[in-house]
Design a protein around this ligand. Structure first.
Ligand SMILES: C[S@@+](CC[C@H](N)C(=O)[O-])C[C@H]1O[C@@H](n2cnc3c(N)ncnc32)[C@H](O)[C@@H]1O
Length: 256
């Protein structure tokens, strides 16, 4: 799922409001699996959420009783987070965390690890974790194999956007965080959590605008793409309400 080398915080800052308004949240099953695989109970846990963005993952963990510190390099993404979220916030690089050793129970990367350095990031996470703590990375993704319209939609995106990443690319797979955690000497576990997203067409198109490969298009191109998809998707969902098969990939790495 590598999305290229352009400075991601600049790309995401352009679409911070769209991102927060329309990106899907994570299902309850993800938080259950996170606790089961990591061995860390969220209630009371000290969590460093790296690449916290506008706070979708941060709020998910706060709602379950965690004490979360949100870290991101994108100032505008964090200002959206601050407006909606009560927690510590730090504008910082996740490859170089400004914390002492051993202070966290959990370091999380929700939809973000692929933007960081694969080795430095995990080494930093391990450094700031207490013994018995864990690193976790997860990504929400569409389950295009379960719906022909969704597979066709992704083929159109792949044909229209140079920087497209997703299921329409041959050989596309989840970022290799499990391998990185294994290389760092962690005990690794992986799982998938399936769920179904119900979303209004307008929100689905706002979500589309928040993807880095659309955010990088110029305004005219992005507008044309969204108008085309509005027309295509309205042929499938005449009432303007989409049912989207989804799944979350989760990998955890426990310290020994
Ligand atoms: C796709 S967003 C994920 C936001 C949030 N975790 C969520 O679940 O929706 C990825 C975030 O990673 C951040 N990011 C990328 N590289 C980073 C780095 N080196 N250090 C900290 N944050 C980084 C980006 O600025 C962006 O806000």
């Amino acid at each position: 799922m590598t999305e290229g080398v352009e400075e991601s915080h600049l790309v995401f800052d352009r679409v911070a409001e769209e991102y927060d308004a329309a990106r899907p949240h994570y299902p309850e099953g993800l938080y259950v699996a996170l606790q089961d695989l990591s061995g860390v109970r969220l209630a009371g846990a000290r969590v460093v959420d790296v690449g916290a963005g506008t706070g979708i993952s941060t709020r998910g963990m706060l709602d379950r009783g965690a004490r979360v510190l949100a870290v991101d390099r994108a100032a505008r993404m964090l200002s959206v987070l601050r407006a909606r979220t009560s927690c510590g916030v730090l504008l910082s690089d996740g490859n170089e965390l400004p914390f002492r050793d051993g202070v966290a129970d959990l370091v999380t990367y929700a939809q973000s690890w692929h933007w960081l350095d694969p080795t430095l990031s995990v080494a930093e996470a391990v450094r700031v974790l207490r013994r018995g703590g864990a690193v976790a990375g997860w990504w929400n993704t569409v389950d295009a194999g379960r719906a022909d319209w969704l597979a066709a939609y992704h083929v159109r995106l792949a044909e229209s956007c140079d920087g497209y990443v997703g299921p329409a690319l041959p050989g596309w797979s989840m970022p290799p965080i499990a391998e990185a955690m294994g290389d760092a000497g962690l005990d690794v576990a992986e799982t998938w959590v399936g769920w179904t997203r119900t979303v209004l067409l307008d929100d689905f198109l706002t979500d589309l605008r928040s993807h880095s490969y659309v955010a990088r298009l110029d305004t005219g191109e992005a507008g044309e793409l969204v108008a085309r998809e509005r027309a295509e998707l309205a042929k499938v969902f005449a009432d303007g309400r989409l049912t989207v098969p989804m799944r979350v990939y989760l990998a955890t790495g426990r310290t020994r």
